[in-house]
Design a binder for this molecule. Structure first.
Ligand code: NI
Length: 193
């Protein structure tokens, strides 16, 4: 099932997500829905808080970009309870976007390489090293489960310049091809139930 994507300004995007339990109810269903949602909205990665679940899970499918990103042909992974254990190398700048922040792309500074430990959807443990674009995508998604957005990394000047655009997104003044959950929807759904 394709889920709506939480928009900038919603508090779930600002929470540090909690660890996933091995017997987490409906975990397989959530992960399946996340894959469907990510493909539908044409993202390369998606974190659980973006579908309004404050859990330490994100998914990445870099395989469609295998001719643009080195090493991408094998990277279609579910990351559960991930931990970036090391960030290393030079800091480089590259443009990023986010399904929760539509139509905004900005250069973000990130370390060139990471080591990450995580569990996959079958609870197999992984300890892997990524560099370049893959390390960037992983760091972006990892930020989501820490309550951090890519706009947080921008200079004060860039943030000031984006303020009204971000405010418009949080108020639902944005056109996208996928459904979104806006901050103001939180209250209205509560009053109904
Ligand atoms: Ni994002």
């Amino acid at each position: 099932m394709v889920l709506p994507i939480v928009a900038y300004g919603h508090p779930v995007l600002r929470k540090r997500a909690r660890e996933v339990e091995q017997n987490e109810p409906k975990l397989d269903q959530l992960i399946q829905n996340m894959w469907e949602t990510m493909y539908y909205s044409e993202g390369v990665g998606l974190a659980a808080p973006q579908v309004n679940q404050s859990l330490r899970i994100f998914i990445i499918d870099a395989t469609p970009y295998s001719n643009q990103i080195a090493g991408a042909e094998n990277v279609r992974h579910t990351f559960i309870n991930p931990q970036i254990v090391q960030r290393e190398g030079e800091v480089d700048m590259m443009e990023e976007g986010c399904l929760s922040i539509p139509h905004i792309r900005e250069e973000v500074a990130r370390k060139y390489a990471i080591s990450i430990q995580y569990y996959d959807a079958d609870w197999n443990f992984h300890d892997e090293y990524y560099s370049g674009m893959l390390a960037r995508i992983i760091q972006h998604e990892y930020d989501h489960i820490e309550g951090i957005l890519f706009t947080d990394h921008l200079s004060t000047m860039r943030k000031t310049m984006l303020r009204s655009k971000l405010s418009n997104i949080s108020k639902g003044r944005v056109e996208v091809e996928y459904r979104m959950i806006f901050p103001f929807m939180k209250k209205s759904s509560k009053t109904k139930t």
